[in-house]
Design a binder for this molecule. Structure first.
Ligand code: DLL
Length: 434
């Protein structure tokens, strides 16, 4: 552990710390951010709580609040104290901006050092940071954490995949940081270049920024010969460093000394008991630049009840299964792309590269999964392909309880991403009325 005094703090003490920090945050946002002051005043609420449970009665913050206050309206520190901004483009709409004070940047470096340490990294490691540098939080977030840990840090950023492979080989990289989908593109490219990724000193990966499944983890681990750790975060709350898996690989420890997690029922918006699935909501309790109160992430997860064998006392959230806005409704059944991925990654003969295509036939919405056949399968063996297609369709139907069209496509025909993979392609406007 990087900070055992915090990471394995007795829960009673942790909750005292949370309450104290929550109170300070409430005062901070009420005194400095007009939006929060108005919300409290309008609701007739004082910016005070005497127990953590009272948090559930306070107003939420949503992405649109950041948009409405673009660019700096939600900052709770004077402009002169903000030393960095990041921004997230999102898939739709205006970008949203977040600001960090020097203390925020330092706290973030600590949390990312915790994250890397939880993935098994030490100061002796060589960390290739292949998340994008820039307004995206991935690159600089991991970078500062890796330096804080004392590891040798390679700020290569995303893209230029052949050069990435060269660096992996030449620099003796032991820890890779990128999106899970990009790690597979790196492996594929290495093989094209005649490099067996399993023969490299690479031993660990910290992967996040997009949903991925347990089966995808196994594929990555066996293709690259590494331990793959899931890391989670979002720019509105911090960037990476909000929650991370430990060596147990059973849920992501939330850095609860800095963030309070709630899981709420997306319909009633009331907190659900531990173990039940719902929308993840975070309140930051140490951030100065842009603290957020009850931020609705739109990510779906649940708290895993019970203690972790690793000794950390923080609660764990299950890997994100999807986002409320990614959910596809197929004949009344809710489907997340990561559920489809979990199925595909378990079927021999197909590669873990897929897209879910939404279209329209007349006034009917259609859904079709495009998945690449594995490179070693002959694409012209019609009977074999038909058989495989039936298998994939059957596996999806039995796992998801709904039948979805499947189209097998040639190896390498689905666009690869250097950052977050695009899993859902919505052609409904383009195909409308056909
Ligand atoms: O993706 C921060 C990050 C960078 C996390 C690098 C991990 C590694 P945003 O661009 O603001 O920030 O996107 C946040 O990405 O709400 C989730 O929907 C998704 N996401 C992030 N990590 C995971 C993960 C960064 N481990 C949004 N599993 C979040 C599933 C993830 N989804």
């Amino acid at each position: 552990m990087f900070q055992p005094e915090w990471e394995s703090m007795p829960r009673e003490r942790l909750e005292e710390v949370q309450l104290e920090r929550l109170r300070a945050t409430l005062r901070r946002v009420y005194d400095n951010v007009p939006l929060y002051r108005e919300r409290f005043d309008e609701a007739g609420l004082a910016p005070e709580v005497s127990t953590l449970a009272e948090l559930a009665d306070l107003p939420f913050t949503v992405k649109d609040d950041l948009r409405a206050c673009y660019p700096y309206g939600l900052f709770a520190a004077p402009r002169s104290e903000i030393v960095r901004v990041h921004a997230s483009s999102g898939t739709t709409g205006q970008i949203t901006v977040v600001g960090y004070t020097a203390n925020d940047i330092s706290m973030w470096a600590d949390l990312m050092a915790r994250t890397l340490a939880a993935a098994g990294a030490t100061r002796d490691d060589v960390v290739q940071v292949a998340y994008g540098y820039g307004l995206f939080t991935g690159g600089l977030g991991v970078h500062y954490g890796s330096e804080r840990l004392g590891a040798l840090t390679i700020p290569i950023s995303g893209g230029n995949t052949r050069r990435q492979v060269q660096v992996l080989v030449d620099f003796g990289v032991t820890v890779l940081a990128c999106t899970p989908s990009y790690s597979l593109l790196l492996a594929e490219t290495a093989e094209e270049m005649g490099v067996d990724p399993r023969s490299l000193p690479l031993r660990a990966g910290v992967f996040g920024a997009e949903p991925w499944s347990e089966n995808m983890r196994r594929q990555i681990e066996s293709t690259l010969g590494i331990r793959a750790t899931d890391i989670y975060g979002l720019s509105e709350v911090l960037g990476p460093g909000v929650a991370t898996e430990c060596a147990e690989q059973h849920g992501l420890h939330v850095n609860e000394d800095h963030f309070i997690i709630e899981i709420v029922d997306p319909a009633t918006l009331r907190p659900v008991p531990d173990g039940e699935t719902g929308e993840v909501v975070f309140t930051t309790i140490t951030k100065e630049g842009i603290p957020v109160l009850r931020y609705r992430t739109r990510d779906i997860s649940r708290i895993i009840p019970g203690e972790c064998a690793c000794g950390r006392t923080s609660r764990r959230m299950e890997r994100i299964t999807g986002r409320t806005d990614d959910m596809i409704i197929v004949r009344g059944v809710n489907v997340f792309p990561s559920q489809i991925e979990q199925v595909l990654a378990g079927v021999p003969g197909v590669a873990p590269h897929y897209q879910v295509i939404l279209g329209k036939r007349g006034s009917m919405d259609t859904v079709e999964v495009h998945v690449e056949v594995a490179p070693d399968l002959a694409f012209d063996e019609v009977r074999e392909l038909e058989e495989l297609q039936r298998t994939v369709r059957g596996e999806i139907a039995s796992a998801l309880a709904v039948s979805i069209g499947v189209k097998l496509v040639e190896p390498r025909s689905i666009e690869r991403s250097e950052g977050k993979a695009k899993r859902v392609v919505d052609l409904r406007d383009a195909t409308g009325g056909e």
